[in-house]
Each structure stands twice: as C-alpha cells, then as structure tokens.
Design a protein around this ligand. Structure first.
Ligand code: ZN
Length: 179
C-alpha cells in the first residue's frame, strides 16, 4: 500500500476538475446518508428531526447541483473509489454515518451529522490551504464556508435537542412534567 495511513496528510488537489469530482461524490453521498437518517428518524416517530435531515439532504443535493453547474464544459476525471484523496479513506460527509440504523435519539443523529459536516468543512479547508492553484483554493474556500454554515446550523439544533437522560428515548409516553 502506498498509503502510509497518515490520516492527517493534507489532500493534494491541484485542478478545479479534480476538486469538483471529489465534491460531487461528497455531496451525493451526504444526501444519501441524510435521507437514510431521515427515514430512520421517521421510523422512530421523530418527525421533527426527520424534517431537519430532509433539509440537510436538500442542502447537499443543492450543493451537488451547484457543483455540476460549475463543472459544465469541463471534463471531470473518473476517480476510482480507492483513488479519492479523502483524508481517512472515505468521503468526509458519508464516513461517520455507518451507525445510522441504530440511531435512537435526536441528539445522536445530530451529533453524527455534525461530525460529517465538520469532516466536509475540514476537507475543503485543507484543500484551500494547500492547493497551489488559485482557482482551486478559491472554490475550496467557498465550499468550506458553506459547510461551516451547516456546522453552525447543526450546533443550533443540538442546543435545542440536548443530550438526553439515560432511557429518554425508550419511553414512548413521557411522564407528565410538573411545571
Ligand atoms: Zn454540508
């Protein structure tokens, strides 16, 4: 393996085409994961969080559409799954979503999404910091800013859905609160 496993190695992306090819996959995978989470939240009867994830899915799809728009007239490289320059081997917005189907609480779902959006932000920020091509830096910085917006939106939501008490998600019929 050429990959030394250094997770902190900065992604070296030197062309707009290569950046957009990464971005397209990143956003499409994110949209898929968010849809899965929204579905899972609906199964758990959590309409509110399902709605938040439908919104995140929408943002990811919108971002993917923007990427395709920018790629118009360009020939994006076909990149094999193992040749993507993600820092940890899988796309940052999709990577942390494997536990989707075991999600029980809003808090856990939001925390996973937060980690994913942070991963996407960090990927774009690293490209923006290290690319030699000015146009690549400019687009990556713009995308990083967009992801930072998603991160802070999730932080707002997490404040509204604080870490639940043990067993919080097991009771379909919450006890009456004295106020
Ligand atoms: Zn995002």
């Amino acid at each position: 393996m050429a990959n030394e496993g250094s997770a902190s190695a900065a992604p070296v992306i030197e062309t707009v085409e290569e950046l957009l090819a990464h971005s397209k996959v990143l956003e499409e995978e994110a949209a898929e994961r968010y849809e899965e989470i929204a579905d899972a939240m609906e199964v758990h009867n959590n309409q509110e969080v399902a709605g938040l994830f439908r919104k995140l899915q929408e943002y990811a799809l919108k971002h993917a559409a923007e990427v395709k728009e920018r790629a118009r007239g360009l020939t994006l490289p076909r990149i094999s799954p193992w040749d993507f320059k993600w820092q940890n081997g899988s796309s940052p917005e999709g990577a942390s979503m494997v536990d989707t189907h075991y999600l029980m609480t809003s808090y856990q779902a939001l925390r996973l999404a937060h980690r994913a959006e942070m991963g996407a932000h960090d990927f774009y920020a690293a490209v923006a910091a290290h690319a030699k091509d000015a146009k690549v830096r400019e687009i990556a910085a713009e995308f990083a800013e967009e992801e930072a917006g998603h991160v802070s939106m999730l932080e707002d939501w997490m404040r509204k859905h604080p870490k639940p008490e043990e067993g919080w998600d097991e009771d379909p019929d919450p006890p009456a609160m004295s106020e």
